[in-house]
Structure formats: C-alpha cells, structure tokens
Design a protein around this ligand. Structure first.
Ligand code: NAP
Length: 371
C-alpha cells in the first residue's frame, strides 16, 4: 500500500499513470524514474503538505525527453522546473497557454488589452497586470501570443515593456508575425540584452487547451534549456531549428500548406454541390486512403453544417497568407495569390471572425451568383 503523507499518497507522486508536480515558484521538484522513487515521492509529498496554501497540483504526461542540437526534436520531459512567466495576450491561444503554465506550477502574470480575458485566469492563480510593462518587470520569461506585428510593436515596444524586461531575460515569441517583423524584434531584443526565441506554434484552439501544441523554436542554443519548462507545459514537443527567425520561416511554410488546402477543400465542396454530388460522399470515398487527411473531415464537417466557430479565425488566416506572399518576395506563387483573393472575398462578405474554413463562402458565393 502506498504511504499516506498529509493527504497525498506516495503513489500520487510516483511516475506510472501520471506525474504529480508541485508548483512552488522558484523551486524545482524532480521526479525521476528508477531507484529511489519512493524517497523522492515521500519528500515531495511532505514538502507539498507543508505549504497547503500555495499547493498547486497538476497531472502531467509521461513522455521521454529526446533530441539534442539544431533540427532535433524533443518531447516534454519528466522533470518540472517552475518559474515566473509573464504572458502577454490571452486570446484563443494565449489564454489556454497561460492556463497550462499555471497548471504546471509556474507563477504566471497575465496581461491582455481587453482586461476581462486576462481576469478570467485570476481564479486559476494568475496575477493580472494593468500594463505590459508591469507584467514583464519581474518575469524570468516573457511569452507573447498576440495577433500580429502591429500588436506586438504596440504591446512590447511602444508600451515600454521591452525596456522593463530584465537584462538577460528570455522572451519567447509565439505569435505568427512573419519574417520581417521577427527579424526586427530579434534585433531590438538583442540590443537591450534580452534573449529572443522565435517559437511560433503548430496547433489550434483544442491543442492549445490540451497542452498539445508543437513549438517551432529557434534562437541561441543556450536558450533551449531555459525554454523547455515552458514548452513542457504547453506542448507535445518542439523542434529547435537554429538561429532566431527559422521558426517563423517554417511556420509560414506549414501555414502555406494548410491555408491553400483549406481553399482547395472549399472549392472541392462547392464543385461537388454544383455537380449534384453530396460532399459527404467525397469524404467517404477518400476516407482511410492515401488521398485522405484529418483536416478534410474536421473542416469539411464545418462546411457541411455551415457552422464555423472560430478555432483559427479567418482574419488571422488572411494575415498569414499575406505574410507568405511578403516572405516569398519576387517568387511567383499563383496558388497562394488565388487563395489570398478568396480569403479577401470571404472577409469582405463578413466572415472574418469565423473559422478559416469559412473561406467556403467565397466559392459558394460565386456558385450562387452563377445559378
Ligand atoms: P485572438 O484570440 O484574436 O487573440 C489575439 C490577441 O492579440 C488578443 O489578446 C488581442 O487582444 C491581442 N491584440 C490584438 N491587437 C492588439 C493590439 N493592437 N494591441 C494589443 N493587443 C492586441 O487570436 P489567437 O488565435 O489567439 O492568435 C494569436 C496569434 O497566434 C496570431 O498570430 C495567430 O496567427 C497565431 N496562431 C493562432 C492559431 C489558432 O488556431 N488560433 C494557431 C497558431 C497560431 P484583445 O483580446 O484585446 O482583442
């Protein structure tokens, strides 16, 4: 039988089903596998129960850490290091990311332009800061998750936040802002002695809520270990690509793939409907074969129901297509240009706040105009 220590059993702290991690700011609780597990667990439980008022617990995935060096992949590790993290931007993505940082035991300060969204995290233990500068002042790590470059400039630079960040502090920039802005912000951070890590994410609302994002990280190699406690809390893993800016470049490549795919799916559905084919029979026909992809079903369902709750808002998808074209410069990408037109059209039809799959309306409108 597991020994009970002040209400927690040692079994609670043993790896196996899940790891239980205590959230003491600035403290490190390492739960290791192998010999000595019982002792580690007992010490952990006694420590937890000495501080009932500050006790924060979370269950954590048991995934091995693997991978070193540029281009290597890593999954969340078994050990937890907690620290002071400021999260600027608590929207669809930043809100759940802050929540998962709290669950992992980090001391989290949040700021959001619309304060109510930040205040929603208060009861889960976040401190709400009145300004970005106030949020970052004592943070060891600053994580930004804002709409675009303009929002970042306003929040981090123009507000004076960057000047308030600690010398040697770490800034993990996870918003999708494109190549030019990323390079500019990396330079500005460097001039002020801030370590800048460019780490946009793969995954949308649900993976953000589940702590299952995938981080496309880039920056100085020595920053990697400092990022990992944050990555562990919000992601299923990361790839470390090399110098800052490479994460954003890979993010644009990945988004190019999915955004053009979204337009392709919308046109495929509208073509089916024009030909009197039930789009569901198209989904059934590709199901499980080489032509299939989960996104076709996920977003196809939304198109079938003409119900597009925002997971990745169309207005952000449109921004990202523009970022792809901007990054490509003189290189001709006709498919991306056509996709841009369709996102513009759906936006002008009033679907900007719906999910990106609402790009369907652009093709549906033209089909309707012909009939
Ligand atoms: P969101 O819910 O619209 O959140 C955007 C955040 O930016 C909010 O906190 C918003 O504040 C803030 N903001 C916008 N303009 C601002 C300004 N001028 N000054 C200060 N704050 C401003 O969007 P999201 O889905 O979380 O996306 C955030 C970023 O992640 C974007 O770059 C997006 O492309 C990227 N991303 C999104 C997804 C996804 O599936 N949703 C996936 C991967 C990456 P308010 O609350 O006051 O409006």
């Amino acid at each position: 039988m597991p020994r009970v220590v002040g209400g927690l059993t040692t079994a609670d702290l043993l790896p196996g089903k899940d790891d239980l991690v205590a959230g003491f700011p600035q403290q490190r609780l390492s739960i290791s596998h192998g010999c000595g597990e019982d002792q580690v667990a007992e010490a952990g439980a006694e420590e937890l129960n000495r501080h009932p008022s500050t006790l924060k617990l979370r269950f954590r995935r048991s995934v091995q850490h693997a991978g070193e060096g540029p281009g290597s992949f890593a999954a969340p590790r078994e050990e937890a290091t907690v620290g002071r993290v400021a999260v600027l931007g608590t929207g669809i993505m930043g809100g759940p990311m802050a929540r998962n940082l709290l669950r992992a035991g980090h001391e989290v300060t949040v700021w959001n332009r619309t304060m109510e969204k930040a205040e929603a995290l208060e009861e889960e233990g976040a401190r709400v800061a009145p300004t970005p500068a106030d949020a970052v002042r004592d943070a060891e790590i600053v994580l930004t998750m804002l709409t675009d470059a303009q929002a970042l400039e306003a929040t981090v630079v123009e507000s004076g936040g960057l000047d308030e960040m600690r010398q040697g502090g770490l800034w993990i920039q996870t918003s999708t802002i494109g190549v030019a802005a990323t390079d500019r912000l990396a330079e500005e951070a460097g001039e002020r002695g801030i370590t800048f890590v460019d780490a946009p994410v793969l995954g949308t609302k649900k993976p953000a809520e589940d702590g299952q994002l995938f981080m496309l990280a880039s920056g100085p190699e020595e920053a990697r270990a400092r990022c990992e406690p944050v990555f562990d809390a919000i992601s299923r893993g990361h790839v470390w690509l090399g110098e800052a800016g490479l994460g954003t470049r890979l993010k644009l490549v990945a988004n190019n793939w999915i955004l053009c795919t979204m337009e392709n799916l919308a046109e495929t559905f509208v073509l089916a409907q024009t030909l009197g084919v039930d789009p569901r029979s198209f989904l059934d026909a590709i199901s499980g074969g080489a032509m299939d992809m989960p996104y076709a079903h996920l977003k196809g369902e939304a198109m079938l129901n003409q119900d597009f709750p925002a997971s990745f808002p169309l207005v952000h998808a449109r921004k990202d297509v523009a970022l792809v074209l901007d990054a490509a410069g003189d290189v001709e990408l006709p498919l991306v240009r056509a996709t841009m037109q369709q996102f513009d059209r759906a936006f002008e039809l009033g679907h900007g706040d719906e999910d990106m799959s609402a790009v369907y309306y652009a093709s549906a409108a033209s089909a309707g105009a012909r009939s």
